[in-house]
Design a protein around this ligand. Structure first.
Ligand SMILES: NC(=O)c1ccc[n+]([C@@H]2O[C@H](COP(=O)([O-])OP(=O)(O)OC[C@H]3O[C@@H](n4cnc5c(N)ncnc54)[C@H](OP(=O)(O)O)[C@@H]3O)[C@@H](O)[C@H]2O)c1
Length: 294
């Protein structure tokens, strides 16, 4: 089965580059240099030449705050380009695995979000991602939409890497403690998507919306605390003092949901992949980040 990954240079894309080829050696990986999604007219001709059996879309405009100023660009990448990809998959009669976000929810709920809960994005990024989901559903293609959250890895930009950098620079850090979510190790997410390929290989339909995220909800403060506990064990410098602050003491251009806990049980039941063990993920990332220093 020829699996085509779009957005192969991101956190998820790079994790798929590591995990996918052993099971699917014919996989193809397209980054921005092979397929620039901003050029929406070029998407379908490019996919036609590639002739995939299934597409995984790991690309996205992910600059949540910048999206408030760059709404049009976020819409192009997260909505219009996704619509083109979905239309191609529909026409070619091949499935699309697409990754979306917890930020499609407004965070007003106090129980874990199910895939059937009503989205109501509070940010331009969240709105553009929801529009992408809806375009896929409207295209009629076979699809697995996987909403994830708080993705971290040894690659690119993410909260864990920011904490490690700031921990090395400062003795004191203040971290928001009133936003609760589920950190997700990109490596676990990659393996979860590979598990979702199995029914596709068996030609059984699993079309729908799923959640796949970390197995234990925490605040950003608790996540930072867990990162520094493990960083200290790995011999890295950590701040002497970590303070918990409310969101209003750390204002951002895009509002964040106060509660974006995703329930991953539908995904586990359908594809057999347990929710991300993000505590193990922290250790794996720290080990990977230390490697160039050794
Ligand atoms: N990161 C999170 O915390 C988080 C949370 C919830 C959901 N998600 C979702 O999870 C998925 C994977 O996220 P991630 O963390 O792996 O994101 P990421 O590291 O930001 O990677 C996104 C990738 O999309 C590519 N991309 C952006 N614009 C493009 C364009 N015009 N043409 C081609 N490629 C383009 C980027 O290319 P370049 O490398 O060239 O810039 C990048 O490689 C996304 O759907 C995201 O919305 C992420």
């Amino acid at each position: 089965m020829k699996v085509l990954v779009i957005g192969s240079n991101g956190q998820l894309g790079r994790s798929l580059q590591v995990a996918l080829p052993s099971t699917y050696p014919d996989s193809l990986f397209f980054d921005r240099s092979t397929l620039d999604l901003q050029n929406t007219q070029a998407i379908q001709p490019c996919l036609r030449v590639a002739q995939p059996d299934v597409v995984i879309n790991a690309s996205a405009y992910t600059a949540v705050d910048q999206a408030e100023q760059e709404r049009e660009l976020a819409e192009v990448i997260n909505h219009h380009a996704v619509a083109r990809i979905a239309d191609f998959c529909s026409g070619a009669n091949i499935p699309l695995i697409h990754v979306s976000t917890d930020y499609v929810f407004d965070g007003s709920q106090r129980r874990p979000y199910q895939p059937t809960d009503l989205p109501n994005p509070a940010s331009a990024y969240g709105a553009s991602k929801l529009a992408g989901e809806q375009a896929i559903q409207a295209s009629g293609c076979e699809h697995i939409i996987v909403r994830t959250a708080w993705v971290f890895s040894a690659y690119g930009q993410n909260f864990l890497k920011t904490m490690i950098r700031l921990g090395g620079e400062r003795d004191e850090l203040s971290i928001v403690s009133d936003q609760i979510g589920c950190p997700t190790h990109a490596g676990d997410l990659a393996h979860a998507l590979i598990a979702a390929l199995e029914p596709i290989k068996q030609q059984t339909s699993s079309s729908g919306v799923y959640h796949y995220a970390g197995d234990r909800p925490v605040s950003w403060f608790e996540f930072a605390d867990a990162i520094f506990a493990r960083a200290a064990a790995h011999g890295l410098k950590v701040p002497a003092r970590l303070s918990a602050i409310p969101s209003n003491e750390y204002p951002t251009p895009a509002p964040r949901p106060a509660w974006s806990v995703l329930d991953s049980s539908k995904f586990a039941a359908a594809f057999g992949a347990a929710a991300s063990n993000w505590q193990q993920g922290i250790d794996q990332c720290l080990a990977a980040l230390k490697q160039p220093l050794q």
